[in-house]
Design a binder for this molecule. Structure first.
Ligand code: PMP
Length: 316
């Protein structure tokens, strides 16, 4: 779908996957006007195709578009386009239990612009790809390093929206961490340098007894849809949940730590390294709470558990 600045998106169409043409002076290439989303379609045992809270992705894209001076599709247009893309690619959806179809909506300033300004034209497109289950043989713990020099976001910046530049900003720290054998990087706030923010592409939770805490959304971390869902699931399972400032000291003193995101769902953290100090969690690194919440959420997403929250959209 395309639209000009100040106008509304009109109905889109299906196209075969392939390269797209862009002007060298497209807004997205020069001034980073790009946003994306990520969601998954699962196939249920009875053949039905399930989406998990796609309206939330639409709303997050719209919030991001506002910050990035871009027009955006309506929630209805977004959800319709997702459905159309998934149904057209139905044959690529893995069988139940074998993975999902990853859906990547993209919104970009595709119009040409030379002086710094919002692009005059925008393109919204979706591509899809089958993906396996993140954990093939049960949950596997990840090992994180706390980054003390680089930050992914600053107050007043764009860390709270899913814009492409945020991901460019984390590549250096993430590559260095991976080269040292860590799974990923955990970022701290850029002002006090002691409050947890998030990992490169997932949110973080700290468990202490029956209390589950996660950094509050204050403009520098992405409001994850899995994060929001896990807060509700954990609450419904009798845990006490809190969104607040969480310090790195609390992280090191936690019973369990886990991350959440569309790709990882719920990912237990086996160890954290901070200033050369390494703290391990649990004997196998997979805590009881992480395991319980992972099972609860994946059962919902795959249509195994009853959808009491009304989060699942059947599309065929
Ligand atoms: N933080 C960042 C920076 C991310 O890229 C993602 C993945 N979208 C998340 C958190 C988790 O968000 P969600 O649960 O909506 O996938």
């Amino acid at each position: 779908m395309k639209c000009s600045q100040g106008e509304k998106f009109s109905k889109g169409e299906l196209q075969r996957f392939g390269n797209i043409e862009l002007s060298p002076s497209a807004g997205v290439l020069n001034y980073g006007q790009g946003l994306f989303e990520g969601l998954k379609a699962y196939r249920k045992k009875d053949g039905k195709i399930l989406l998990f809270r796609p309206e939330e992705n639409a709303l997050r894209l719209r919030m991001g578009a506002e910050r990035m001076c871009m027009p955006s599709p309506t929630v209805e247009q977004f959800v319709e386009a997702v459905k159309l893309s998934v149904v057209a690619n139905e044959k690529w959806i893995p069988p139940p239990g074998k993975g999902s179809l990853y859906i990547r909506p993209l919104l970009m300033g595709s119009g040409a612009v030379l002086g710094l300004a919002p692009a005059p034209e925008y393109t919204f497109l979706i591509f899809v790809s089958p993906v396996g289950n993140y954990f093939r043989e049960g949950l596997a713990p990840i090992n994180l390093i706390v980054e003390t020099e680089m930050h992914r976001a600053t107050p007043g910046g764009t860390g709270g929206v899913k814009t492409i530049g945020n991901y460019a900003a984390v590549l250096k720290a993430q590559s260095a961490a991976k080269a040292k054998g860590y799974s990923d990087v955990l970022y701290l706030d850029s002002v006090h340098k002691k409050y947890l923010e998030e990992v490169s592409s997932c949110n973080v939770f700290v468990v202490k007894g029956n209390l589950i805490s996660t950094p509050a959304i204050q403009g520098t971390i992405l409001p994850g849809i899995t994060r929001k869902s896990i807060l509700d699931v954990a609450c419904s399972q009798g845990f006490q949940v809190e969104e607040r400032l969480v310090t790195v000291d609390e992280l090191l003193d936690a019973d369990e730590v886990f991350c959440t995101g569309t790709a990882v769902v719920v990912s237990p953290v086996g160890s954290i390294t901070y200033l050369n100090k390494r703290v391990s969690y649990g004997r196998e690194g997979v805590g009881r709470v992480s395991q319980q919440l992972y099972t609860a959420l994946t059962s919902l997403q795959m249509g195994i558990a009853e959808d009491k929250m009304g989060w699942i959209m059947e599309i065929n």
